[in-house]
Write a protein that binds this ligand. Sequence first.
Ligand code: HSE
Length: 372
Amino acid sequence: MKIGLLGFGVVGRGLYDLMQGRPDMQIKTVVCLEDVQLTDAKVTKNFQEVLEDDSIDTVVEAMGGLHPAYEFVRAAMEAGKNIVTSNKALVATFYDELIPLAQEKGLLFRCTAAVGGGISWLSELERTRRTQTVEAVGGIMNGTCNYILDSMTRLGQDYAEALAEAQKLGYAEANPTTDVEGIDTWHKVILSSNIGFGVSLIPETVPVCGISKIKASDVENFKAKNLVCKLISTGKQENGKISAYVQPTLVPQGQPEAAVPANYNLITLVGSASDRMSFFGQGAGRYPTAHNVFQDCVDVLCGKGFYSPYGEKVAACNEGKLCYYVSGVCDSFIEANKAETWGNAVVTGPVSVSEMHAWLKNNPDAFIAAIQ
Ligand code: HSE
């Protein structure tokens, strides 16, 4: 197997290190913008050198971002090369194009590190769906948000302080919007649902709410009720309908999600035979993530392609009702649904997920958390 590696940052460098001494795989060319010296691989800034090299059968994309990752991956596929990527934004955004293209061209396409970083989540989801119906997927899929919420809960930090710490430790990006507004988790739950349920979810029908509006006073309110706030993703298949969403959620102390520390992930599936199976581990980081990219390369070498056949496009239907904690804004809609007050916040009676998220769109200063 000869590999063209795109990107030599955290994950690309990690893969290079882990593959050292592997006789059946060779990173032949590395495309990156940095000045890197390697004795056993060619380093270039020019992607064409990978594209035009017929001896390279597999492209590993570890650049991140949508562009030019999309253009490079698409061109590599058109040229008949297999793909391994850790890029969840790329796969979730261009799912309808890349997955059918891989099928049509008979190419192998793997992206295990795209969800859960170092956790073998997508590959286990793939195995699960061979023998039973996947009824639900979801959980804690973003280490940055978990780190911030955990620091606020355990150390009493306020949001800005916890975020600054997460940035200092390299968990959050310098521009943390994708993490804290839930977009990273949104990509991950869409991808997990697509693979687990064998569909192609229409992304606009999956509502997302992040954690950027949470205050220390909210966390005090949760502690008083023995609840812990986590950013939870949900994908569910029930009576032929799929619901999917991302939102802060209050979980009782004692539930596994409540105990997830620091930047760890806890991702769960519910199978018709196996019931609940949870996967705990590092959702990011050089060697954990690179290890899953490496696993995907081994899978490609063994002829293993995408996790599930491309399925039909479906809209998520989020009519299920939940009670919500709401702070920061109290208007006539919240008053009309009010069931209780917790400190300066309101707890609603059951409201549908879609209705609550539609309200939030018009009230972006509010913080909401579903009560589990
Ligand atoms: N930024 C992500 C996280 C890591 O904090 O979990 C990669 O998905």
